[in-house]
Design a protein around this ligand. Structure first.
Ligand code: CDP
Length: 223
């Protein structure tokens, strides 16, 4: 338990394709904790908009869809309204729309309680943009994971190609920069390191080395 009496949380925030999701999963597995991929909730909301033909500009309608998401996290699979959308939500178009609707205050509010409900014993690793600043400000350890844009574009390119999706490095780099700029400059919960976060640069670190660095920070914080 943390000092608040609630299960402990490790937050991993950072820009797109910095490796947060993979690192969060590995850290959670090593500790035997749950994991929250908060970006998936924004991606699911974006997909729900596409399927329902709701425009990103219609804040109230998008927030309604976000609040009413019928979603189940079944291990690594994500089920929306009974359909497995694990692959569909990873499409770049869905990610770009997710980043647009994530700027809307009513949408962020609609997803807040759903995110906090992931906090259960023995602990939670949560990744996103505002995990340490807004959703879990009392987290026991906050990590801000960065990597230079070239390293991130290369990782995303490799990830997409592994899934059989064609990708172009120059276009990806452009998209990443655009999404970063939108996430950093929005008025609601912008992407920013919490004042008490440790910034970790993974540009030249493997996944394993990054996971170990987070686990080291965690051991030091509890010793
Ligand atoms: O995979 P990638 O890092 O690009 O994105 P993601 O973590 O799956 O999140 C998709 C989009 O949702 C991001 O571009 C953010 O704009 C938004 N998001 C957010 O605003 N707050 C979060 N806690 C998580 C994601």
């Amino acid at each position: 338990m943390s000092s608040s009496g609630k299960p402990p949380v490790i937050t991993i925030d950072g820009p797109t394709a910095s490796g947060k999701g993979t690192v969060a999963q590995h850290v959670a597995r090593a500790l035997g904790w749950s994991v929250l991929d908060s970006g998936a909730l924004y991606r699911l909301s974006a997909l729900a908009c596409l399927d329902a033909n709701v425009a990103a500009a219609d804040e109230a309608a998008v927030a309604n869809l976000a609040r009413g998401l019928d979603v189940r996290f079944d291990g690594a699979r994500i089920i929306l309204s009974g359909l497995d959308v694990t692959e569909r939500i990873r499409a770049e178009g869905v990610g770009n729309l997710a980043s647009q609707i994530a700027a809307l205050g009513a949408v962020r509010l609609a997803l807040l309680d759903r995110q906090r409900a992931f906090r259960r014993a023995p602990g939670l690793v949560a990744d996103g943009r505002d995990m340490g600043t807004v959703v879990f400000p009392d987290a026991s350890l906050k990590v801000f994971l960065v990597a230079d844009v070239a390293a991130r574009a290369e990782r995303r390119c490799k990830q997409l190609k592994e899934k059989g999706i064609s990708a172009n490095l120059a276009n990806l780099m452009h998209d990443l920069e655009e999404r970063d700029a939108r996430d950093r400059t929005r008025a609601n919960a912008p992407l920013v390191a919490a004042v008490d976060a440790y910034t970790l640069d993974s540009s030249n670190l493997s996944i394993d080395a990054t996971v170990n660095a987070v686990l080291d920070l965690w051991s030091k914080s509890v010793s």
